[in-house]
Write a protein that binds this ligand. Structure first.
Ligand SMILES: NC(=O)c1ccc[n+]([C@@H]2O[C@H](COP(=O)([O-])OP(=O)(O)OC[C@H]3O[C@@H](n4cnc5c(N)ncnc54)[C@H](O)[C@@H]3O)[C@@H](O)[C@H]2O)c1
Length: 210
């Protein structure tokens, strides 16, 4: 069992996922790097001094097995970065349904499964943890060549807002880290008094009017 806070980063063999793993390692986390690329993630973990787990985020059984392994070998998570993602470009009219399903499974369904498992763990152990879901500008900006990617990232954006609101109420009363949503004035200055979800003020939290 680790004495440091534990962070799991998916899609961490390279790119943004690896950079997140490095940043968390530098911040004192015990980092677990996961990726479908078993060899690549093993090398990346060795470079950082972390642990690696091969996992396909499009496969529910593999995700569940990964969380069970982490729980048994390391303990409860303090941070999860849902970073693994694929784009799979293609023409809209001939876009293959299996490809669409694959992108959604990895980019959205896998994010939901991992977010839920990590959140259950954090709630059970009273950990005020952090879950970061990697969306994209394509959650809002539509590019015709990547239909499934745009749809999945839009889903991730909304799923993350839902999770933030659902989980805000689960935090232990001792924790002072209730999510707060500040409104910014036109001059860029923040209003002094935050709106807190603690008082049930969730209806507009994270909504477009903010
Ligand atoms: N690079 C960008 O400009 C950009 C912009 C917006 C959002 N993003 C998002 O950030 C994340 C990382 O982007 P990146 O540019 O570092 O990508 P990348 O392609 O460099 O790395 C993605 C990693 O995910 C892994 N991966 C792919 N399929 C997987 C699966 N089924 N299960 C587990 N791991 C899998 C790959 O092996 C790879 O190591 C993605 O979710 C991407 O959509 C990237």
């Amino acid at each position: 069992m680790s004495k440091k806070p534990i962070a799991l980063i998916t899609g961490a063999a390279q790119g943004i996922g690896y950079a997140c793993a490095k940043a968390l390692f530098d911040d004192g986390y015990d980092v677990i790097l996961s990726d479908i690329n078993a060899e690549g993630v093993s090398e990346a973990a060795k470079e950082l001094g972390g642990t690696s787990i091969a996992c396909d985020m499009g496969d529910r059984a593999q995700i569940e097995a990964m969380f069970a392994q982490i729980s048994a070998d390391h303990g409860p998570l303090s941070a999860l970065v849902n970073n693994a993602g694929i784009a799979s470009p293609g023409d809209f009219l001939s876009y293959d349904l299996d490809t669409f399903d694959k992108v959604i499974d990895i980019n959205l369904r896998g994010v939901f499964i991992a977010t839920q498992l990590a959140a259950r763990d954090m709630v059970e152990h009273g950990i005020a943890g952090a879950i970061v879901n990697m969306s994209s500008i394509n959650a809002q900006v539509a590019i015709p060549a990547i239909p499934a990617y745009c749809a999945s990232k839009g889903g991730v954006m909304q799923l993350t807002k839902v999770a933030a609101l659902a989980l805000a109420k689960k935090q232990h009363p001792r924790e002072r880290g209730w999510p707060r949503f500040y409104r910014y004035r036109d001059d860029g200055r923040r209003e002094c008094k935050p709106r807190s979800v603690q008082n049930g003020n969730v209806a507009h939290a994270l909504g477009p009017r903010w």
